[in-house]
Design a protein around this ligand. Structure first.
Ligand SMILES: [Zn+2]
Length: 304
């Protein structure tokens, strides 16, 4: 974790963060806010910047909730037993490369130098991003981040990202919003830290397999909300201007049987109405874009 110039304190929003060591344990690294004194540990290279009152820390403070909420989603993602394929798996790789190729053909990806991957999971969204883009990866789950091979990783609450305004050219989320209670608030945060582009890819509940999966698995129940109309309304509530919306893809990275992969990989990406993914691309409104730009610039970073 070398560059901290684009970070801000998630407790008091101050930008006065400093590296410090724990007294008597010089190898224990952390960030400290000079304004409010909040401390953020750095564990295995992962900066942990989750606010004290976040739902992600509910197990430390509150009684378990009765119904599906953000703290139960957090528990789901800390659980190690979902049997996900690795980011290097040929099916996962094909899924990610197909999606990036499609997205890159729908917006001005050449102008993007820095990006933030929100809800990066174990990393295939970061790993197969266009090579000229330096990606910062963040997620709520420490378990997922530990598997992630990117060189800049942070544990965050997507409702309160620890970055200064307009820090990245592109901010994207793959299959994140259907895991949060109020997607428009996360989209608004993504818009705040973006200079230009915001992209969200979510399961399409019109697809029969996605629909069934959402019905069967309580942690994916919120997929049922993600109609085109709902996604556009969430973007509007976050003051984002949607420039592209389409359905595509037929490969489930973790569930496609290997026997039919050679066949499915040849199917063209765009599949109207029933493609497994809703792809939404938004840009910040012109007024915000032409207002005072963030003065800092980030050094180029690449994912290994
Ligand atoms: Zn602070």
């Amino acid at each position: 974790m070398e560059d901290i110039s684009d970070l801000r304190c998630v407790e008091c929003l101050s930008t006065h963060l400093h590296r410090s060591c724990v007294a008597g344990a010089p190898d224990t690294k952390r960030l400290r806010c000079a304004s409010c004194g909040a401390e953020f540990p750095v564990v295995d290279g992962i900066v942990r910047m989750v606010p004290r009152d976040s739902a992600l820390r509910a197990e430390e403070t509150a009684a378990p909730a009765a119904e599906l909420d953000d703290s139960l989603q957090a528990e789901y993602w800390e659980d190690d037993g979902h049997g996900f394929r690795s980011p290097q798996d040929p099916i996962v790789r094909c899924f990610a490369e197909q999606r990036w190729r499609y997205l890159a053909s729908r917006f001005d990806v050449a102008s993007v130098r820095t990006a933030l991957d929100v809800g990066c999971g174990d990393g295939f969204s970061t790993l197969y991003a266009p090579k000229h883009v330096a990606v910062t990866a963040c997620d709520g789950s420490l378990t997922m981040l530990r598997r992630h091979q990117g060189d800049r990783r942070l544990q965050v609450d997507a409702f309160r990202l620890p970055f200064q305004d307009r820090s990245f050219d592109l901010v994207f989320a793959w299959e994140l919003l259907h895991h949060v209670s109020e997607p428009h608030r996360v989209l608004a945060e993504m818009g705040r830290v973006s200079r230009r582009w915001v992209i969200a890819c979510e399961p399409n509940p019109v697809n029969p397999a996605q629909h069934l999966f959402a019905r069967l698995d309580p942690a994916h129940r919120w997929v049922l909300r993600f109609s085109k109309r709902y996604m556009l309304s969430q973007a509007a509530a976050a003051s984002l201007e949607v420039t592209h919306f389409s359905r595509g893809g037929c490969l489930f990275p973790n569930k496609t049987p290997r026997a039919i992969f050679p066949l499915l990989r040849r199917v063209p990406y765009r599949i109207p109405l029933v493609g497994i993914t809703n792809c939404m691309i938004a840009r910040l409104p012109q007024a915000a874009e032409s207002s005072t730009a963030a003065p800092h610039s980030l050094p180029t970073r690449r994912v290994a």
